[in-house]
Write a protein that binds this ligand. Sequence first.
Ligand code: ADP
Ligand SMILES: Cc1cn([C@H]2C[C@H](O)[C@@H](COP(=O)(O)O)O2)c(=O)[nH]c1=O
Length: 229
Amino acid sequence: MAQLVFFSGTMDCGKSTLALQLDHNHAARGRSGVIFTQRDRAGADVLSSRLGLSVPAVEVSAETDFWDEVVRRRSRGRAVDYLVCDEAQFYAAEQVDQLARLVDEMDVDVFAFGITTDFRARLFPGSARLIELADRVEILQVPALCWCGARATHNARTIDGVMVLEGEQVVVGDVGVGRGAVPGGVVGYEVLCRRHHMRRMTATSARAVALSQEGLPLDVAACGLPPRG
Ligand SMILES: Nc1ncnc2c1ncn2[C@@H]1O[C@H](COP(=O)(O)OP(=O)(O)O)[C@@H](O)[C@H]1O
Ligand SMILES: Cc1cn([C@H]2C[C@H](O)[C@@H](COP(=O)(O)O)O2)c(=O)[nH]c1=O
């Protein structure tokens, strides 16, 4: 029986890499799939992983109807056994409904990949609907890490290096500083554990605190402050 599976996590935890691996393994067994993505950092019509692999993909827009996409391909005689759907956090709730319908009524496996929450720790619409509808939500096995060494569970946005909690929900960018831009400055992202997301403590700000405490009779290492680098 086909399934709707949501592989979820923070930025930079290996989702796109896993998407490419799943596609490879299913294709190797003669199954026929279609790869979709939206707003990949590498540009339109491509699914890219930070490990260096990228493949052509169908760009999802607000007009995309997944049901129609599959019907069109099948009516041309092409098999569609599964869909790989990357950056699914950006999909509309109705598009996730279409994916669930494809699983139930056309027996198409859907493997969706996306970040759960935005920089304010609020669910994206696509992720919220996937959590509501998926047969399974899978958390990736190799965790991305916060600067303190704990598993990263949240995504922080920085503008000119400073963590922010205001702004548009969608700003394409990468972990690290300086790979996206908004009118107010240069956007970066950093993955953090919940404790440090709630304290607005990025690696940079934690290092600044550590420096300001230098010379105090405090065991800084015991406080879990980040290494200098
Ligand atoms: N140079 C590298 N060597 C080994 N692993 C790397 C390297 N660069 C990135 N990675 C791995 O790739 C992961 C990011 O993969 P990617 O699929 O692009 O993430 P996501 O789609 O979740 O944002 C990192 O968590 C890390 O494990
Ligand atoms: C937290 C957050 C992220 N984004 C964007 C930034 C990236 O372009 C993607 C996530 O891609 P990844 O392959 O998982 O790294 O989402 C955003 O638009 N808004 C946010 O709040």
